[in-house]
Design a protein around this ligand. Structure first.
Ligand code: TYD
Ligand code: MG
Length: 454
């Protein structure tokens, strides 16, 4: 019988039955590779051939005690995990190379080990001596973590079987190599097989496993996206090079709220927790200047103030530029369109640049009003009143929609010394926060109030 070939995209994991230069699913170039069929070998005949054993069924009402969680003591990490590490859970930590994943996980492994979990750290990328040197630099040389430098999955599983750790860190999933799968380490089938083996092992042996996954923009290494559905928790470690802070963001969590963030600062002695991120994100803010607006945001359960900066200038190009960092470009286009259609303020012939200070990424629609305010302030070359925070969602009609957690946002603003806030009308009244709160129903009213007639 002719061997049936299969091909898959290293960037998005889509599979195809023939090779092509460009992936039809995600549009990436040169990412399609051949892979051995998933179920190769004689052992994998049709499942119908042999009877399985019956599975024990239970009902929903069975009383289940909440899982006993272990805290690392790194509160920014514990909160993102949903309140500590759950036994037998599988966690994926993804992020760009060089962002600090190995540093974070070495620190976490050390702290979990100190908290009493038997912990093994397997590095497939660095020699043990290198990891040890880093541990020394981080002041963690005394932590009772067992190290190994290995990539052969069979050897690793055998070792884990014998050692019975409660936590294993695998750095990284792309370097692991399962000898029963005929493709190169880092390919989608290897990553998938290794992640499957490790998560299944974790579930059945009462061990938690943390997998590190590199995400690269060019798709040369298999994206860990194929692994996301196999694990309980997916955390992304983000940050901009050139900025020292890093955000650990939960994008999926079976044991806690998603969208929770932890904020860290990369220092010479490793990652330090940032207890008051708003202060950090606003630290570079000088005198009030045109185009600068402070947005009172919320990430997960946590209020976070960030500064939006806009620059609006006459464009030398026939197609004016729209450039955004840290915010959604489509959303910017929408706000520009609403400003033009509902308030009669055109941006034609003007280049527009929008930036979130410090390299933070904001995804909340609640930032709409702050973005509109920054754009208007830049266009009119008029600074907004100092010590004012702004938040609110804008609808296509130009109406301002109330957003969640108003009270939380106001409290944080007050804590950081702000004295006034502009928010949408409606929604919950909110307890007295001590701020002068101005509520508005639509964007036209906002433009009139803040920028005169507009
Ligand atoms: P690393 O954890 O190796 O990143 P990843 O595993 O995500 O590829 O961290 C890489 C960067 O972190 C490296 O450029 C140096 C920097 N770093 C510090 O600034 N301070 C430190 O204490 C450590 C250990 C690393
Ligand atoms: Mg690393």
């Amino acid at each position: 019988m002719a061997k049936s070939n299969s091909f898959s995209c290293n960037a998005c994991g889509a599979s195809f039955n023939k090779w092509s230069g460009r992936c039809d699913a995600c549009g990436a170039w040169n990412t399609i590779v051949e892979e051995a069929p998933l179920s190769a070998g004689p052992a994998s005949k049709s499942l119908g051939g042999r009877r399985g054993s019956p599975i024990r069924l239970t009902d929903l009402a069975t009383e289940e005690a909440p899982p006993p969680r272990t805290n690392s003591g790194i509160s920014e990490l514990d909160r993102v995990l949903g309140g500590g590490l759950v036994p037998s859970s599988a966690i994926l930590v993804g992020g760009d190379p060089g962002i600090g994943k190995s540093t974070l996980l070495l620190q976490a492994a050390a702290r979990f080990a100190q908290a009493g979990l038997k912990t093994i750290y397997v590095s497939g990328e660095e020699a043990s001596a290198q990891v040890r040197m880093r541990a020394q630099r981080l002041g963690l040389a005394d932590a009772p973590v067992q190290l190994a430098a290995a990539t052969n999955l069979r050897d690793i599983l055998t070792t884990l079987e014998a050692e019975k750790p409660q936590l294993a860190v695998i750095d990284s999933i792309q370097t692991m190599w399962a000898d029963n799968v005929e493709s190169a380490p880092g390919s989608v089938s290897q990553v998938r097989a290794a992640a499957h083996e490790l998560t299944t092992f974790a579930k059945t042996r009462n061990m938690s496993v943390i997998l590190v996954g590199h995400v690269t923009k060019d798709g040369q290494i298999a994206g860990p996206r194929v692994v996301e559905h196999m694990v309980d928790t997916v955390l992304y470690f983000e940050g901009e090079r050139g900025h020292q802070f890093r955000i650990l963001r939960a994008v999926k969590n079976r044991f806690g709220p998603a969208d929770e963030i932890g904020v860290f600062e990369m220092t010479g002695g490793g990652l330090a927790e940032v207890m008051n991120p708003s202060a950090l994100f606003l630290s570079e803010r000088g005198q009030p200047s045109p185009g600068s607006v402070v947005f009172a945001g919320v990430e997960g359960t946590r209020p976070l103030l960030v500064e939006f900066q806009a620059l609006v200038a006459p464009s030398p190009h026939s197609q004016p530029r729209r450039s955004v960092v840290g915010w959604d470009g489509g959303r910017l286009a929408m706000i520009l369109a609403v400003l033009e259609a509902r308030c009669g303020i055109p941006f034609t012939g003007l280049d527009v640049y929008l930036n979130v200070a410090g390299g933070m990424k904001v995804t909340e629609p609640a930032a709409d009003l702050a973005v509109a305010a920054a754009l208007l302030s830049a266009r009119e070359d008029a600074a907004l009143p100092a010590e004012t925070v702004i938040f609110g969602e804008i609808s296509l009609s130009g109406a301002l929609r109330p957003v969640s957690q108003t009270e939380n946002r106001l409290k944080e603003a007050q804590k950081l010394g702000f004295t006034a806030a502009i928010a949408p009308a409606g929604g919950k009244p909110g307890a007295d926060s001590g701020l002068t709160l101005t509520r508005m129903g639509d964007l036209t009213a906002f433009v009139g109030e803040v920028f005169g007639a507009g």
